[in-house]
Design a protein around this ligand. Sequence first.
Ligand code: DGY
Length: 327
Amino acid sequence: MKKVIAYTRVSKSVREQLKKKYEVTYFENYEYINDPEFLKALKEASGIIGLELKVTEELLNYAPNLEIVSNVSVGYDNLDINAMTKRNIMATNTPGVLTNTVADAVFGIMLATARRIPELNTFVKNGNWKEYLQLEHFGTDVHNKTIGIIGMGSIGEAIAKRSHFGFDMNVLYHNRSRKEHVEKVYNATYCSLNELLEQSDFVCLMVPSTPETERMIGENEFKRMKQSAIFINGSRGKNVDEKALYQALINNEILAAGLDVFEKEPVNPDNPLLKLDNVIALPHIGAATRENELAMSMLAAKNLEMGLLGKCPPNIINREAYYDDHN
Ligand code: DGY
């Protein structure tokens, strides 16, 4: 029986299914390197399935039998793809299944930030609602505003759909390539990053984390935004210069920010962004619904099983690793 490490967010029912075919060891934690149990399991594992395990050269050195790492996420910035490919270790992810779940979350964060929902929830629960709500607590409208979506992948599209059909918003987007159907169906306008930053009421960052996107939103970009702009990050923390964001918020260069992701996760409780009232901070909830956990785990398990059978998994990221090894 092949050995598999299941890591963090793999739903229990899927783990049980996997146990019928593999010897599965489950780890719940973020940190592996100081855990002798983990290192022992790694030495023998043919497959790893899970969320956000940092697969580095160092980790791979402990894993001589590894054939596949099946990410339970669409993002795969946790994987050193080059290092894996060199060793013919397949990498897979779970695109598609989470699209609407993440788009819902981004919209929720946008509404919460614009209407100051978490802040006013605390206000009521702390017993501060003693008179008619004053202007100082008012939020800002979302409908009829301009949203600028940076990154028009499938999640970006699902956000454009909600923006156009649900909230009558004017949709701008910036992407590596133009998406004609998005322009046609959601009346979206393609523009340069600078145009998008200057014209949007809501700037919504949805790009993957790559060396090219690292800190792509920093001091200059915040300076270009409207003073009334709300910045939403539903992608990866590394895509934003957090210090520049903090400065932009305290200097009133932008109005507020809704952040589902941080440069370091779990976020350091001392991160100064957490002290600001005009920041909504969430613990990377984009894909985190019960239904979606199951759907992503099932797809990741399918990828894992195909890989361990020597077949090409449906969501392979580094096809070269498969072809080199099997053809
Ligand atoms: C993804 O799938 O990349 C999500 O961000 C994980 O929560």
